[in-house]
Each structure stands twice: as C-alpha cells, then as structure tokens.
Design a protein around this ligand. Structure first.
Ligand code: ADP
Length: 540
C-alpha cells in the first residue's frame, strides 16, 4: 500500500524543501499552505502522517491539529509538529497534549526528518496490517459464531429426532407386548381346536362346534391384524379417505342385522339392540368415506357389546345443522369420569378390576383418528356402572382433505351379475382360495379358466381371446402377479386385471416399478365388493 503524507506550512520554500527531503521515501505527498487548506484536504483524504508547521497566520499549528482531530478520518493520524519558534518544552508538551506524536525543530535536519517519517510510516503500515488482521478475525469470529449457532440448531434437531425415535421404539415395544398377547389368544384357540377337529376320537357334533370356534378365532385374529395395520397407517399418515355418496339409513340397517346375528352367535340374548334413526332424515345420503364410517360404528358397537353384560344398546343418528351426529349408547359397565378422555389415546384402557375383558386399547384411538379424518369430533358421556354414550359427528359437506382422489371408484351396488357363458381367468395357486372364488362367482354363470402359475396365466391370456377379465393373485410360484400383469398388459392392454392383494400391500408398486392394474381387491375377499368391481368391467 502506498502511504500519503500531508505537509502543512505557510512558507512555500519550506514546503518544497520538506518535499525534496522526503523524495527517497516511497510515499505520495500533498502540500497545504495554511491550516484552513490542510483541514479541507484532510476532510476527503486519508493521510498516514501529517507534518505540521506551528507558526502560521490565522490558524496556527495547534488550532489546525485540533480541527484535524475533529475529523473521523484523522482521529488517530500521527502528526509531527515543526517549529523554529516554539522549541521550548512547554510548547512541545502543549503539542503532545493536543494530539501530536513528535516535534521537529527548525531548521530541520533532513536525516532526522526522513528517519522520523520512516518510523511513523512503518508504524502506520503495521497498524494497517493489524487493522486488516482484526477485520479478518472479526469476520472469522462472526462465521464461527454462525457455525456454533448452526451446530446448536442441528444438535437440537438431532435431540428431537432422537426423542422421536425413542418414542417410536417405545411405542413399537409396547405394541409388540400388547399384540403378542392379543394374537396368542386366537392363535392358541385355532391350533387347539384344529387339533381336536382332526382327532378321530372326537365325536362329529363336537367337531362342528369346534369349527365354529376356529372360524370365530380366525375372525378375531383378522380383526386384530386389521386394527394393527390401520393404526400404523394412521401413525404414518398413509391412511387416505375416499368419499362417495352413502345411504346412512341403509348402513345402520345393515349394521343392525349384522350385530343381531353376532348377538345370537355369541349367545348374548340378554342384550336388546335398538336402532334409532332421525325421522326427518328419510333416505339420507351423506358424502363420506363409507368404509371408514362403518369401521367407526363397528368399533363402537363391538365395544358396547363387549362392555355390556346384559341390558340395552341403542345406536343411530340425528341431523344437526350441517352435521350428522351418530351415537352408540349402552347400559354396561361405564367409564369413570377421570378416564373419559384418555381412553381415546392408544393402548389406554380404563382399569376396572371387576371386569377383566380382553382388548388392545387401540379401537377408540383408531376411531378418534378416523372421525377426525372425516372432519368430525368424538366424545363420550358416561357414568361408572350405568353405561356409556359415545357420540361423534360427521360433516354433511366433506372437508377438503376428505375429497376423494379417485371419485370414479365410488362403490355402487351392481344391478346385474348375470355374466352367463362369458369367460374370465383366475390366477391362483392355492386350491382353497380358488375354490372360494369359484363358489363366490357361481351365481354369475361365468366360465372360469384357472392358472396356477404366473407363466400359465400369461399363456392362457394369450391363447384365449374370449377371456374378458383376469383375477390375479400376487404370490404365484414362478413370477409374481405384478410381473404376470405387466406381461398380459403388454400383449392385451385392454384386458382388465383385478389384482387380489393382502391388506398391507395395497399399492401398485413392485420393486419400484409401477405396474398398471385396473383394480385391487384386498384379501380376505369381500364377495360383494369383488362383484361390484368386476361389474365395472363386465357390464360396460
Ligand atoms: P379395547 O376395548 O380393545 O380395550 P378401545 O380403544 O376400544 O380398546 O377402548 C379403550 C377402553 O375404553 C377400553 O379398554 C374400555 O376400558 C373403555 N371402553 C370403550 N368402550 C366402552 C364401553 N362401551 N363401555 C365401557 N368402557 C368402554
């Protein structure tokens, strides 16, 4: 960096003389012939050193120095005073007090002037370096502070992630403990009664009873698995709502028939079931997710039967402004007031030492989540020992989040299942599953071809142009149903393929490859739903 010096003297010869003396030093030099000129120049220029004559007319060196110090550019610029007159110590001291760093008497000794100027220029050089070092340090300090703040933020986020992971792990352990007990009960019963059924010494009439037990336990097990899967789907936000018009009176009537049947099967004759629907509702159609609404009512009715030894169960709905309010009321064991909120949390069961009823503590938590997904609220009013009344609302206009992504998949009751002498292909390797499908479709008059492997299904689809629809199982011995579907679709893209999949595998992905399937039906297969889905293609 080239330094600039300002020399101030009212005598031009002195000015030029000083400039000459300093020519061997690599600096730029400005000259001012009065204190006033010096201050003007100093306002706009940064000087590394000022050589200032004291004895000047109007504004002397001391006054000029004071004015220079007022300028922010020159608060600390080194100033050397020069004088022939003010050489006594008292003037030197006055000069120092005003802010000068040195004093040179006139006539000046050129070597001394050069030496002193060189010292102050070196000092200024070092000061400049120091200043840039400090700037650099400040910058680094700021960056470091930012880094520290960032890493503190990351640590905080990691802490949260760790807490969440621990919570998830605790939840998984709790789920495992709860579920392994709940799963063991029906599995033990299935295994035990299955053993008795194959035992030749057990009388036939007992075997029929045991078959019923096996069937009931299987249903319980399936219910439990659905519950666990629904719960984990709700946890991960995967459970989506699909809205379609629903006749709620019809749904309630269906549930009434179903629970009447269950009541008889479970020998709960001392419970009376009542259905009460809003008389103003007529044939009321609600836009909602029918499957989920059914699931909520089913859970509440199941609980009502579970927690009522004998008495009455009422259920139904009322129309309220823009809501439909459903209720399930029983005269059973009831819930203590301190438990009416927490029973809606997962795994929370109201302790009641007098009533030991098995359960997972998941049903109400699932119901609450589902009600909220449908845009409503759920609550309970209850008195211990006097029964409970569960109520929940569903908006008549579905919330935006609940608008169906795929409205055309709305389930409509099929008008016609007569597909006499038309042909479909079923790819299914399990004999029992195939028999079930064959039985379920018997009334339709369909001609059914069977493939037991993926390859066979592709060959049959190729060689039998009369096949109008394929029911494809996923797990086949050679290659899976998605692969087979992909091959069939590449030959006959128009041929509809309905894939039968386990509940947990409801997406259309296979190892990251998207395979186009027309429909999915979940196992265990509901015959009505299967017929409705088939009708969509066979009746078009
Ligand atoms: P589970 O019935 O499997 O324990 P739920 O989540 O369905 O799980 O219910 C949570 C708890 O709420 C139950 O354990 C029971 O204590 C209480 N509860 C639910 N429904 C009723 C009811 N109708 N009457 C009395 N208590 C009930």
């Amino acid at each position: 960096m080239v330094h600039r010096i300002l020399i101030v003297d009212d005598n031009e010869t002195n000015l030029l003389g000083l400039k000459m003396i300093l020519r061997s030093i690599p600096v730029e030099i400005d000259l001012a012939s009065s204190g006033f000129d010096a201050v003007q120049l100093a306002k706009n220029n940064r000087y590394s050193l000022v050589l200032l004559d004291i004895q000047m007319p109007e504004m002397d060196g001391f006054e000029t120095l004071k004015n220079l110090r007022q300028l922010s550019l020159h608060e600390a610029t080194p100033v050397i005073l020069i004088s022939a007159v003010y050489t006594e110590d008292q003037y030197k001291i006055k000069g120092m007090q005003t802010g000068a760093v040195d004093f040179i008497p006139k006539p000046v000794n050129p070597d001394i002037v050069r030496a002193k100027v060189q010292v102050f220029i070196d000092l200024e050089e070092n000061r400049t370096k120091l200043r840039s070092l400090i700037d650099e340090l400040n910058l680094k300090n700021r960056l470091l502070t930012e880094e520290i703040q960032k890493s503190a933020q990351i640590t905080k986020e990691l802490e949260i992630a760790r807490a969440n992971a621990e919570k998830a792990s605790d939840y998984k352990s709790q789920l495992l403990v709860n579920m392994s007990h709940e799963i063991r009960t029906p599995v033990n019963s299935i295994l035990g009664f299955a053993d008795l059924i194959v035992n030749p010494l057990v009388p036939k009439k007992d075997k029929e009873k045991y078959l019923r037990y096996v069937s009931n336990s299987s249903k319980n097990l399936l219910f439990l698995i659905d519950e666990i899967l629904d719960h984990s789907k709700l946890e991960t936000g995967e459970l989506k709502i699909s809205v379609s018009p629903l006749d709620i009176c019809g749904l309630c009537a269906e549930l009434f028939d179903y629970f009447e049947k269950i009541k008889r099967q479970e020998r709960k004759e001392n419970i009376t079931l009542h259905l009460s629907v809003d008389p103003t509702a007529g044939n009321f159609i609600l836009n909602t997710d029918s499957q989920r609404l059914r699931q909520i009512l089913n859970n509440l009715l199941n609980n009502a039967f579970k927690y009522t030894e004998s008495g009455q169960i009422f259920f139904g709905f009322q129309k309220k402004d823009t809501w439909i309010e459903f209720f399930v009321k029983d005269t059973g064991v009831g819930v203590a007031p301190e438990n009416t909120t927490e029973i809606f949390s997962r795994f929370k069961r109201a302790e009641n030492p007098n009533v030991l009823i098995p359960g997972t503590g998941l049903g109400l938590s699932i119901s609450k989540n589902l009600v909220e997904l449908l845009g409503g609220k759920i609550w309970v009013e209850s008195e211990l020992g006097h029964g409970s009344e569960f109520r929940f609302t569903v908006p008549m206009i579905p919330p935006e989040a609940a608008i169906s992504e795929n409205p055309q998949t709305t389930v409509k009751l099929p008008d016609d299942h007569n597909w006499y002498s038309r042909t479909i292909l079923i790819a299914e390797d399990e004999d029992l599953n195939f028999l079930f499908l064959q039985e379920s479709l018997r009334i339709t008059g369909l001609n059914i071809l069977r493939a037991s492997t993926g390859r066979e299904s592709v060959d049959l689809a190729k060689n039998h142009p009369e096949i109008e629809l394929v029911l494809m199982d996923i797990r086949l011995p050679d290659f899976d149903g998605y692969e087979a579907t992909a091959q069939i679709k590449s030959m006959r893209p128009e041929l509809p393929v309905i894939v039968q999949t386990a509940y947990a595998l409801q997406n259309k992905k296979n190892n990251g490859i998207h395979v186009f399937v027309d429909e999915l039906v979940t196992k265990p297969i509901n015959r009505m739903i299967l017929l409705q889905k088939m009708a969509k293609y066979l009746n078009r």
